[in-house]
Design a protein around this ligand. Structure first.
Ligand code: 5GP
Ligand code: SF4
Ligand code: MG
Length: 464
């Protein structure tokens, strides 16, 4: 998901809508905006679909007045396993004795089921199936005098990954979990302030990047400025390495590093680790593009667009149902026949998850007359599900969980299949190597080493 907030700006809703539009790659199912001004109180709009279709018309935007607002773009990871219902669309809102507050959450709460059970037993009435709603109910139970105090108390009970943007009538609040699994950045816009999942959302409104919110930090922002707290026990950070590989936009800066450069580095490392004689390096667009460029630069094999992406389709993996995802490949990708015919092709993609996309692409490219197909993957084999906000399927459905690399190669029907090593990936993000005793990043989907115990999943029988 993507989160965004603005305070002290004229017409916060339109600033939030622009920010969310730049974060659309983080969630395409639904979006919502909450604003406040003293003439109207809190206003909100929550809709299915793209930001550009829901939050651009003057009529809707006029229903969201005020100088402060937050927003969220959603793709479902936890909670509703079926289709998203409008009641699951954030921001969530709560009315407390000292006034209202709205919150938007990116990440996944790993003890949400346990918390929900306890809260329901004690009388909380949940409106949605979302893990994020726990935060509002925990805030309602808190005896804190101010809303930020209540939020602090609530978030201390929550486990897992969270980058939260929240608002009261006058304050914008941002918080990252102690490990800082998901990103969150602070920007300045004129006399106002903004919070966003990624820096690309600052660029679109021409805001100045100030800094990242630190892991475990909570900032409370009003007209007087930014106040910073560290409410949690300090821990070594474990940022999601997959944000660098796939999830974030390549024009964003994460942890002081250009995502694009990291992806190009990944491609270079891949070429060093797994060279192969071939005629062309082709990306599976868009997610494989920067790594393919890196592979080409390192190997000296020419880069070419052997697969063309229909720009009017969204991200495949963000389509939650399997049937749509299956269809999606042809709707989204087509082989550039004239280019690939008779050629030995190196195909670079960011990841192999279920293998459905990769298999279809291989079929299409062989149909078009390619002589050989060599897959090079910009991440290690995805053998474990993510419980921190990226929607990987159950373990059984992950190709790498049940097959060796050679079995995967035969299953996909390609001439060769190679993945970047975990150390190669760490080199690409600027580390000498992975610190195996205490890894610098979360890489659980590749290593199975979960930095936060996935309590709900263990309760449901998941075996680590
Ligand atoms: P696959 O061949 O595993 O079906 O799909 C691989 C491609 O789809 C990659 O380009 C990857 O970006 C995307 N993808 C498909 N499903 C998922 C998923 O559930 N999680 C992630 N992380 N990526 C996926
Ligand atoms: Fe990121 Fe993978 Fe960790 Fe999930 S398990 S937070 S996708 S690195
Ligand atoms: Mg892809």
């Amino acid at each position: 998901c993507g989160v965004f907030g603005a305070v002290g700006v004229e017409n916060a809703a339109s600033v939030v809508a622009l920010g969310l539009h730049a974060l659309q790659h983080r969630g395409q199912e639904a979006g919502g905006i909450v604003t406040h001004d003293f003439a109207h109180g809190f206003s909100s709009a929550r809709r299915f679909g793209y930001v550009r279709d829901n939050f651009t018309d003057a009529e809707t935007m006029a229903t969201l007045p005020g100088p402060i607002g937050i927003g969220h773009v959603r793709y479902s990871t936890a909670g509703s396993k079926g289709a998203t219902q409008i009641r699951d669309v954030q921001p969530f809102f709560g009315e407390f004795s000292m006034g209202g507050a709205a919150i938007a959450h990116n990440g996944n709460i790993t003890n949400a089921l346990a918390l929900r059970k306890e809260l329901v037993e004690r009388g909380s009435i949940f409106q949605s199936s979302s893990d994020s709603e726990c935060i509002i109910h925990l805030m309602a139970r808190s005896m804190g005098k101010k809303i930020p105090d209540r939020m602090e108390e609530a978030l201390r009970k929550v486990e897992g990954a969270f980058s939260v943007v929240a608002m009261t009538r006058t304050k914008l609040i941002g918080c990252r979990d102690p490990l800082g699994v998901r990103p969150l950045v602070l920007g300045q816009l004129g006399d106002g302030w903004v919070l966003a999942s990624e820096t690309c959302a600052l660029d679109i409104i021409n805001a100045t990047f100030v800094r990242e919110i630190e892991p475990g930090e909570m900032v409370v922002i009003n007209s007087k400025g930014v106040e910073s707290h560290f409410p949690f026990r300090r821990a070594k950070s474990r940022f999601c390495i997959f944000e660098h590989v796939y999830f974030s936009r390549p024009d964003s800066i994460l942890g002081g590093r250009s995502v694009y450069e990291t992806r190009e580095n990944i491609g270079r490392e891949l070429a060093k680790e797994n060279p192969v004689d071939a005629d062309l390096v082709c990306p599976v667009p868009d997610s494989g593009t920067p790594a393919a460029i890196g592979y080409s630069l390192e190997s000296g094999i020419p880069y070419a667009m052997g697969i063309i992406r229909n720009q009017y389709m969204g991200r495949t993996f963000i389509e939650p149902s399997e049937s749509i995802r299956n269809m999606g490949v042809r709707l989204k990708l087509n082989v550039n026949r004239a280019l690939v015919k008779g050629k030995r092709i190196i195909l670079v993609d960011d990841s192999v998850v279920r293998g459905t996309t990769s298999r279809k692409i291989k079929e299409m490219i062989l149909e078009a007359g390619a002589a050989e197909v060599h897959f090079r993957i910009a991440s290690p084999p995805t053998a474990w599900p993510c419980f921190y906000g990226v929607d990987t399927p159950q373990r059984e459905k992950l190709l790498a969980a049940t097959m060796t690399e050679e079995e995967m190669r035969t299953h996909l029907g390609v001439d060769s299949l190679k993945f970047i090593s975990l150390d190669g990936l760490y080199r690409a993000v600027g580390q000498a190597k992975r610190d195996n005793a205490s890894p610098q990043y979360c890489d659980a989907c590749f290593s199975g080493e979960y930095p936060v115990k996935p309590a709900d999943m263990l309760e449901q029988g998941f075996e680590m």
